[in-house]
Design a protein around this ligand. Structure first.
Ligand SMILES: Nc1ncnc2c1ncn2[C@@H]1O[C@H](COP(=O)(O)OP(=O)(O)OP(=O)(O)O)[C@@H](O)[C@H]1O
Ligand SMILES: [Mg+2]
Length: 441
């Protein structure tokens, strides 16, 4: 590492350094200059009075482990003296003290409770490098409670960086699957808090040009390459994943895309029933040689009447309601089965043939190459299918039975689609023939 003569931000780093939102995440592909940006942002040079010139200023920069922290401390030793030649670093406390007396403190939180060492402390700037290393929002949320600025010259800012990672980060910052810039707001106690995501790419950072770094990223395994090189948030490893390869194939072949409702085709509803567990309903049209999932509904603690109403609102060309075999079981209180309730609402109900789970999964896999998903309306289902997985035996490492979790209900409904796929039809059995209106626009 050569010692830089001066430090000037790349264009993307400049956007991050100038951001005024309460909470800002700088994230995405590897090597975009995120850690460097965070190190410099800790100095608050963009404030009207640069933060490190305010004697009471305190910044806190966190990483998960000590060796990781070491890395960024070494980097600060090269760049901080360029900004303030009078700055000194005290190794024992891992604290930089600037000429004014302002401080930037470095810490790590290997286990969640480690963050409690900051109980009672207050900071005007807190940064977490590699937020994705934290499996839950606990440390982040706790640290935001340590942000306070009694000095009017300084704002209180929460900053973080990360590579594509945990779901909780996606939802907190409203990050879209393509990893584009985004912003969400939250109103707490009448105050609007703005949380902004700024995406970064390797190509933003010309300092790595010609270093072979790009080539090293290109040789990574699929998932890591797509995350670290392409900055994608919709790919990740799911140990024991059952349909992940099929979903990857759907994406690669463009089978997840806008799918308009075709009034000439019937819409079939394939149900998995639950009460405490989710009820999941796949809405599917059968084309010449394709299955188009144009809608997906899931909810819990809702009556059949409720789902029936949701479907009727759509005024579609309805086909069958396919209920799992427990759709024929009589409810102990009402004495009626789900099939009877839906039939009384005017739906035509068929019971999905009983098939063991493994055979059902095979049937679903066989149907998969012909399945299309609406990119928006079936998005949640795609997510469930991607995450549907088998338990892994800790001793043998062997994948065993499918796990019953938040993702399994949608996957069960999809398995039933696999079972009945061959029977979906666009004709009205026993009723009048359904002549398509060829003049339909
Ligand atoms: N503005 C800059 N001036 C000079 N060098 C820079 C600048 N920004 C980043 N670098 C250098 O580019 C390399 C990558 O930057 P950095 O480590 O900040 O990227 P990153 O996005 O945090 O990467 P990762 O995803 O691997 O953590 C480092 O060697 C860093 O010192
Ligand atoms: Mg980094």
């Amino acid at each position: 590492v050569t010692s830089p003569q001066s430090w000037s931000p790349t264009e993307k780093q400049e956007v991050f350094l100038a951001a005024e939102e309460d909470e800002v995440l700088f994230g995405g592909a590897a090597g975009g200059g995120k850690s460097d940006a965070l190190i410099m942002d800790a100095l608050g040079l963009g404030e009207e009075t640069p933060a490190i010139q305010v004697p009471t200023y305190k910044g806190l920069l966190i990483r998960k482990t000590f060796p990781q922290l070491r890395e960024i401390i070494d980097r600060t030793r090269l760049v901080y003296p360029l900004i303030d030649p009078g700055a000194t670093f005290k190794e024992a406390d891992k604290v930089w003290t600037f000429s004014s007396g302002a401080k930037v403190i470095f810490g790590f939180c290997e286990r969640d409770p480690d963050v409690l060492q900051y109980q009672g402390a207050e900071f005007q700037w807190i940064g977490i490098d590699e937020l994705g290393h934290f499996a839950t929002p606990y440390v982040y949320d706790y640290l935001t409670s340590r942000l306070r600025s009694p000095d009017k010259r300084l704002s209180a800012r929460m900053r973080a960086s990360c590579n594509p990672g945990p779901k909780w980060i996606m939802s907190k910052f409203g990050i879209k699957k393509d990893g584009a810039d985004s912003m969400v707001t939250e109103v707490v106690n009448g105050k609007t808090i703005r949380m902004r995501f700024i995406s970064s790419k390797l190509s933003d950072n010309h300092h790595l040009d010609g270093t072979g770094y790009l080539e090293r990223l290109m040789r990574l395994p699929d998932v890591e390459r797509q995350q670290l090189l392409d900055g994608r948030w919709d790919v990740y490893n799911v140990p024991g994943a059952i349909y992940k390869d099929q979903i990857d194939e759907c994406r690669a072949e463009g089978r997840i895309r806008p799918l308009p409702y075709d009034p000439l085709l019937k819409v079939h509803a394939i149900w998995d029933l639950g009460w405490n567990d989710k009820t999941s309903i796949i809405l599917c049209q059968k084309g010449m040689s394709d299955y188009r999932i144009i809608g997906y509904i899931e909810d819990s603690h809702k009556t059949l009447d409720y789902y029936s109403m949701l479907l009727k609102e759509r005024k579609w060309n309805w086909g069958d309601m396919w209920l799992p075999h427990d759709g024929e079981t009589r409810n102990l209180q009402t004495g009626r089965s789900a099939k009877e309730v839906l039939e009384s609402q005017g739906w035509r109900v068929t019971i999905t043939p009983k098939m063991d789970v493994e055979s059902g999964i095979r049937a679903a896999r066989m149907a998969f190459p012909q399945v299309y998903f609406d990119a928006d309306k079936a998005d949640v289902l795609v997510d469930h299918l991607y995450n549907y997985r088998r338990a892994i035996n800790a001793q043998t490492g062997e994948a065993t039975s499918p796990i019953h979790d938040n993702h399994s209900h949608g996957a069960d409904a999809f398995r039933y689609l696999g079972v009945v796929a061959g029977q979906l039809s666009n004709t009205d059995w026993g009723g009048k023939l359904n002549y398509p209106n060829l003049n339909y626009a």
